[in-house]
Design a protein around this ligand. Structure first.
Ligand SMILES: C[S@@+](CC[C@H](N)C(=O)[O-])C[C@H]1O[C@@H](n2cnc3c(N)ncnc32)[C@H](O)[C@@H]1O
Length: 284
C-alpha cells in the first residue's frame, strides 16, 4: 500500500518539533530554511497551500537534513554552503566554516593593497583568497593550506566562483618564494589548547581541530606567520592577520619586536580587537 502523503503543514510541524527536541535554537525558522533547501519556493508554497501533499522523496530528504542538524552538525555543513561577503561557497567538514568577523579582514587589506601579488595562508574554503581575487585588482592571488582536504574544497570553490587563484599545499610560508608578496593575509588557528578543550561541542566535534588550535598560548601560528612573513613579503608590503581578541595586543607587541612597522590593531563588527595589520620595513 502506498505511503499516505503528509501535508506541508504537518511536515514542517514535525521537523520543527524534532529540531526543538534536539535543542536547536529557532527550530521553526531552521525547519523552514532546511525545507527551502529541498523545495525552492517552499516558503511561498507553504503560505499559499499548507495542506498540499508533499512528495515522499522530498519528505525523506528533509528528514535526513533534520536528523543531521539534530545530531549537532552545523547548519552550514548540513546545507553544504555558506555566504562570505559577495560569495556563496561550498562548505563541509574539510574546512572551517567562514565566520562573519573574518569578512572585515578583506576590507582592511584592500584599503592598503589592491594590486600586485597576495597570498592567503591557511585558506580553508578559500574565502579570503577568492574575495581578494574578485574584489581586488591583484596580478596573482595564492591560496595556501597544509590540509589537502581544505585545498580540495578551495579548488571546488575556485571553479564555482571562476576566480584565478593559485592553490598550493604546504606548511605556512614554505611554498612561498622569498620577497615575492605585496601582501599576506591569514586567519590562522589561534586558540590555546586549554580553550580548545572546552570549546562548544558544536564547533569542536565538527570543525577541523587544525583550523582552530595553536599551541599552549594560542600564538604558535601567529608567531610563525610574523617571522616567516618577513621572508616572503617585499619591503614595504603588508601583513593582515585575524587574531584572538584577548591576545591582539600580545600579537602587536610580538610584531613590533620582530621589526614590523605601522603596527595597528583593528576591531571587528562586534567591537572586539580582531585584526593585526603591519608593514614590512622599506629597508631590508
Ligand atoms: C581558522 S582556519 C581559516 C580558514 C579560512 N581562511 C577562513 O577564514 O575561514 C585556519 C586554516 O589554517 C590551516 N592551517 C593550520 N595550520 C597550518 C599550517 N601550518 N600551514 C598552512 N595552513 C595551516 C588550517 O588547515 C585551516 O584551513
Amino acid at each position: 500500500m502506498p505511503d499516505l502523503a503528509v501535508s506541508r503543514r504537518s511536515l514542517l510541524a514535525d521537523a520543527s518539533a524534532a529540531l526543538m527536541r534536539a535543542g536547536v535554537p529557532a527550530p521553526r525558522r531552521e525547519a523552514l530554511r532546511l525545507w527551502a533547501e529541498i523545495a525552492p519556493g517552499a516558503m511561498e508554497a507553504l503560505v499559499l497551500n499548507p495542506d498540499a501533499p508533499v512528495d515522499p522523496r522530498k519528505q525523506r530528504d528533509l528528514e535526513t537534513l533534520v536528523r543531521r542538524r539534530s545530531e549537532g552538525e552545523p547548519f552550514a555543513y548540513v546545507v553544504g554552503r555558506t555566504g562570505f561577503r559577495r560569495l556563496v561557497l561550498r562548505c563541509d567538514r574539510r574546512a572551517l566554516i567562514p565566520r562573519p568577523e573574518t569578512e572585515g579582514l578583506v576590507d582592511l587589506l584592500l584599503a592598503k593593497v589592491r594590486t600586485g601579488r597576495v597570498a592567503d595562508v591557511g585558506t580553508g574554503t578559500g574565502c579570503l583568497a577568492l574575495s581578494l581575487a574578485t574584489e581586488g585588482a591583484f596580478e596573482q592571488v595564492i591560496a595556501a593550506d597544509v590540509s589537502l582536504e581544505a585545498i580540495a574544497l578551495a579548488d571546488e570553490n575556485r571553479r564555482e566562483v571562476g576566480a584565478p587563484v593559485q592553490l598550493v599545499l604546504g606548511d605556512l610560508c614554505d611554498p612561498l618564494a622569498d620577497g615575492s608578496l605585496d601582501a599576506l593575509v591569514s586567519n590562522p588557528p589561534y586558540l590555546t589548547s586549554a580553550e580548545y578543550a572546552v570549546l562548544d561541542p558544536a564547533v569542536r566535534q565538527w570543525e577541523p581541530g587544525m583550523a582552530l588550535e595553536s599551541g599552549a598560548d594560542g600564538m604558535a601560528t601567529t608567531g610563525r606567520l610574523l617571522t616567516e612573513g618577513r621572508r616572503v613579503i617585499k619591503p614595504g608590503g603588508w601583513i593582515a592577520l585575524e587574531v584572538d581578541c584577548t591576545r591582539a595586543m600580545m600579537a602587536a607587541t610580538r610584531a613590533r619586536e620582530l621589526g614590523w612597522r605601522d603596527v595597528v590593531v583593528e576591531t571587528d563588527l562586534f567591537g572586539r580587537e580582531r585584526y593585526l595589520l603591519a608593514r614590512r620595513s622599506a629597508v631590508t
